[in-house]
Write a protein that binds this ligand. Structure first.
Ligand SMILES: Nc1ncnc2c1ncn2[C@@H]1O[C@H](COP(=O)(O)OP(=O)(O)O)[C@@H](O)[C@H]1O
Ligand SMILES: [Mg+2]
Length: 352
């Protein structure tokens, strides 16, 4: 009986990428199938930092193809794949994660973690599979804001992110003992971070939101280089000092050739609950002007609302707790703007 290439392709379609529900053909790992009489030759290109994965797939392919009736010899050629995201430093793409977005600020206390948390929850509400990585080694506050008190489970040699409000959460804070002196945190984390980010069961995700530490120092640079960031969202308050630091943040991403997707102005104004008029306590519109000056998008303005703070402390982001509030609506608009900023026609058809 003669064998056909499509018959072999069918067999390969039955082989899943380890840990995924998608098969190796739909992942685009099978580059060529050649049938010559009874002999089959298959070319595979597998991009994984875990050397056991290509080996495992190779063994499975060999066994499955050899089991097809009429097949004589099976030759598997393993090819080194091309890097997925050229130009983004040394960061390796995270398999099964489509868009990695960093949330950054020039200084602390401007609401970076609040924006990261609500942006992630808003994206999840819009139907996107979303993860949230708290990489703020100096103030890992996201588990509190998301109401997560448990540590992630270890499955084999991988970490399982903790689900909260429809988002998969992981925090570097889970790994740092609370009494580790702050000055040791930078070097310690940076050393292990690449491995750490790759060893989390993120996939499949449409968005991974990364809360970076505030500032533009070495730790931030290394983090932004180590994680395969596609674009950055800069958070600022309307004050000049915050805007000056936001400028430095943009410059840092510029040096790394990571596009700034846009600027969010947090604590833009306060809506008086009695008279409904808008009070611009810290001034307003500065971030919009700064975005215009830099030629980047202005992603939206978030008002000062007591609920942001009180619900944040209770572990429920405002977009989840009070979706009808002005700030929740602002966060949803920001999520839509971020989605629009990364949307590419090709991206949506090829999801995991
Ligand atoms: N728009 C806002 N309205 C009210 N409180 C806010 C707002 N944004 C942030 N906060 C509060 O300000 C504090 C600092 O915010 P956080 O997100 O932790 O800042 P960062 O991560 O930049 O240090 C938190 O207590 C948070 O709840
Ligand atoms: Mg923070």
């Amino acid at each position: 009986m003669s064998i056909s290439e499509s018959q072999i392709a069918k067999v390969l379609e039955g082989i899943k990428y380890p840990g995924y529900s998608r098969n190796i053909i739909s992942f685009g790992l099978v580059k060529e199938v050649e049938v010559d009489g009874n002999d089959v030759r298959i070319r595979l290109a597998i991009n994984s930092q875990d050397p056991s994965i290509p080996e495992q797939i190779k063994t499975e392919v060999e066994a499955a193809v050899a089991a097809v009736e009429g097949v004589g010899g099976v030759e598997i050629v393993m090819e080194a794949p091309a890097p997925k995201t050229p130009g983004i430093g040394s960061a390796r793409a995270i398999p099964g994660v489509e868009h990695v977005i960093a949330v950054a600020s020039g200084k602390g206390g401007v609401g970076k973690s609040t924006v990261a948390t609500n942006l992630a929850c808003a994206l999840a509400q819009l139907g996107f599979r979303t993860g949230l990585l708290d990489s703020d080694i100096y103030g890992p506050s996201i588990p509190t804001m998301m109401g997560v008190k448990v540590k992630p489970r270890v499955l084999g040699d991988r970490l399982e992110p903790v689900p909260a409000h429809g988002v998969k959460l992981m925090s570097l804070g889970f790994l740092i003992e609370e009494d580790t002196p702050v000055i040791w945190r930078g070097p310690m984390i940076v050393k292990t971070l690449t491995q750490f980010v790759q060893d989390v069961n993120w996939a499949p995700l449409d968005f991974l939101i990364v809360d970076l530490p505030p500032g533009t120092g070495d730790a931030q640079l290394t983090l932004a280089q180590t994680i395969p960031v596609e674009g950055a969202v800069i958070v600022s308050t309307p004050q000049d000092v915050a805007l000056i630091d936001a400028k430095k943040g943009s410059a840092m991403f510029g040096r790394l050739q990571i596009p700034v997707l846009g600027i969010v102005e947090n604590m833009s104004y306060f809506r008086c609950p009695d008279c409904s008029s808008r009070h611009e306590i810290f001034g307003n519109g500065g971030a919009r002007k700064e975005a215009n000056r830099q030629g980047v998008r202005f992603l939206g303005e978030v008002p000062i609302e007591a609920g942001i703070c009180t619900w944040g402390d209770k572990g429920v982001p405002i977009v989840v707790q009070e979706p009808e509030s002005e700030s929740a609506k602002a966060f949803l608009e920001i999520a839509r703007a971020v989605q629009a900023a990364v949307a590419t026609p090709a991206g949506s058809a090829d999801r995991v």
